[in-house]
Design a protein around this ligand. Sequence first.
Ligand code: NAD
Length: 269
Amino acid sequence: MKRVLITGAAGSIGRCLRQHLQGVYDELRLADIAPQAPAGPGETVVQTDIRDMAALEKAMEGIECVVHLAGIPVEGPWETVRDLNIDGCYNAYEAARRQGVKRFIFASSNHAVGFHKRENLLDDSVVPRPDTRYGVSKVFGEALGRLYADKHGLSVACLRIGTFRDHDAPLESRQLLSWVSHRDMTQLVQRCIDHPEYHYIVAYGVSNNRRSRWNNDGVAFLGYQPQDDSEVFAEAILAKGIVEDPIAARFHGGFFCPLEFTGNVDRID
Ligand SMILES: NC(=O)c1ccc[n+]([C@@H]2O[C@H](COP(=O)([O-])OP(=O)(O)OC[C@H]3O[C@@H](n4cnc5c(N)ncnc54)[C@H](O)[C@@H]3O)[C@@H](O)[C@H]2O)c1
């Protein structure tokens, strides 16, 4: 893969990838609706709205691999989730198909499986259990990836990203499980871009955290070897003595689970 497009390139993960992947590929095309720093060597900057299929198609001309990050990264009103993470995500896959893109890397989320109990270790085979409308949109993006892989031969990687933060450190106890460092996130995306062949995969975007509850054995062939462990932050975080919300503490999705919650927590197996 020599020509790579990143959507959502002006965001937290996009800026990190831009910084670390500069010069690695013949062309790094950086698309976002927001303004971006001017293009450096090997870069092209385009202002693109993922709600606009024609604009996305144009942005993907000549591109071999798309890294699709653009959208709303948290829970939001249905209209926003639908426009950006459902319609926008469809536009991105469909524009990729029309432009003959070979590979699509989708920024999914741990919130696609957030209502699994935390006592259970999750791998790439667990059923979807979204914890929010946002989580549903990520299940949709993974399902679309499966469809485009099987029906159209697109090579697809869905990354269930844990917690990536600009400050590159976990801040609270759940993030000791879910944290992904900048260099590990970059390494995972790069492995997914560079690997010569796969059809459809799901990987967890998580560092080598001692407390991680996510298992990447199913994608060991990628050679992803995370370098960082959140444990170095554990003492300071736990010393704060902040007690997690009881519903949040029960499930993988953490505080996304109790948002707007009106269910019966004991019925969630
Ligand atoms: N940061 C995390 O911890 C985390 C965890 C799980 C999943 N993810 C996923 O990774 C992706 C990137 O996350 P992030 O933290 O960098 O989010 P972010 O909000 O920092 O970046 C998202 C980018 O998308 C752009 N965008 C929004 N609407 C757009 C539109 N209509 N057209 C084009 N661009 C648009 C924004 O301008 C922004 O630059 C998201 O899809 C998010 O759901 C992030």
